[in-house]
Ligand binder design. Structure first.
Ligand code: F6R
Ligand code: MG
Ligand code: MG
Length: 376
């Protein structure tokens, strides 16, 4: 039996060009060189370097399993070396996602976001890898639900015997750091009760109930919860296996034809539509947005990454982009008002409390003005 392959997708914002809008090619070249060296040494089977907005994305294949120290350390070194270049070029926010000075053990809680899965490669193994910028981990909840539980998206749930048994969702409570498994279709109302609130509950994995195989894995880190303060949005990644016992490629991409609202955008503090774009268009500039998602398609061949195909580089997503622009325009007109601006509870991790502190002494007990206003 062939050795299981691990797919590790790891990303970090280690310096933006210009501002938070994009990635400098020098960082991608450095990452490419460092990973090529690791591949020659035999730590990796293959790799691909990409960027979504100001985030550097690494797709790595190997046989060392999930949460492996060698692999995570390698990614950390890539980000650290790229941070040095970012500092030299004075790129914006150089090293911002590296929350620790030194690497210890694995990437958990250290800043970079990652999703991993280990499986035996099928005779044909189509994979879609999503990267998003200017949003957070919960952004995948709606599309993952629609891919794996909604027959209006995934026709296979109705007409393919392999999908008909449904999928098991693993949901993480990001505040309490606990997980629950819920089965679709029987428990979809329970599932939706949680995942409909994506700031608190995020889908971390999906499994096929017919075969027990891993179907999807997403990054679930919330930097604000790790660092205790706003340190940028979490710009998540997600891996989805496709075809046969999983949804078809077109069923996996279909949810993104509706640009749903996500948290993020300007200062990580606004709701905006998630716009599906080609890699070249993943450069959020209007009001630092609107939030973007790219989809890289690969076929795996003994761990080799055959690809990528730039899946949203397709006119059939033009209408979604158009709709996203209309929604963005409408929301922008609300300026600093909710629901464009995030609700207060979410702002508590950001800079708002500092402004509140400054004005604290001017609040009075529910009274109308009695005295003439004192001069300030
Ligand atoms: C959002 C984002 C940007 C920045 C904004 C302010 O994820 O990265 O919208 O929040 O450009 O950045 P600072 O405060 O670093 O000047
Ligand atoms: Mg940034
Ligand atoms: Mg980013």
């Amino acid at each position: 039996m062939a050795e299981p392959i691990t797919l590790s997708v790891i990303k970090a914002d280690i310096g933006g060009y210009v501002g938070h809008s994009g990635m400098h090619p020098a960082l991608m070249e450095a990452a490419q060189e460092r990973l090529e060296f690791a591949r020659r040494q035999g730590d990796l089977i293959d790799f691909h370097v990409t960027a979504c907005g100001d985030d550097l994305g690494l797709v790595l294949t190997h046989t060392l399993g999930n949460d492996n120290e060698i692999i995570h350390k390698l990614a950390w070194q890539v980000f650290a070396e790229c941070t040095d270049i970012a500092k030299e070029l004075k790129l914006y926010g150089a090293g911002q996602d590296l929350l620790s000075d030194a690497f210890s053990g694995n990437m958990k809680g250290m800043g970079p976001g990652y999703a991993e899965m280990t499986f035996e490669e099928r005779p044909a193994e189509p994979i879609i890898i999503f990267f998003a910028d200017k949003t957070s981990a919960g952004a995948w909840n709606l599309p993952l639900y629609r891919m794996f539980a909604d027959p209006f998206t995934t026709a296979g749930l109705v007409i393919s015997p392999e999908l008909h048994q449904g999928f098991c969702f693993v949901v993480l409570d990001v505040k309490e750091n606990r997980t629950i498994e819920l089965n679709a279709p029987e428990e979809i109302y329970d599932l939706l009760a949680y995942i409909g609130s994506p700031g608190r509950y995020t889908i971390s994995q999906v499994y096929s109930r017919a075969t027990g195989d891993i179907a999807a894995a997403s990054s679930t880190q919330r930097l604000s919860l790790i660092a205790g303060k706003y340190v940028g949005k979490d710009d998540p990644v997600c891996i989805v296996r496709s075809q046969s016992q999983f949804p078809a490629v077109g069923e996996i991409l279909e949810p993104f034809a509706t640009p749903h609202l996500v948290e993020g955008w300007m200062r990580g503090s606004h709701h905006g539509p998630l716009m599906p774009v080609s890699v070249a268009q993943a450069t959020p500039s209007r009001f630092d947005g609107p939030p973007r998602v790219i989809a890289l398609g690969f076929q795996l061949a003994q761990g080799r990454l055959i690809g990528p195909r730039d899946m949203f580089d397709d006119p059939s997503f033009d209408e979604a982009r158009h709709q996203a622009n209309l929604i963005a325009e409408y929301l922008r007109r609300h300026g600093p008002f909710e629901p464009h601006r995030l609700p207060l509870a979410d702002m508590e991790y950001t800079t708002l409390p500092q402004i509140g502190q400054k004005l604290e002494h001017r609040w009075r007990d529910g009274k109308d003005k009695e005295e003439p206003v004192a001069a300030f």
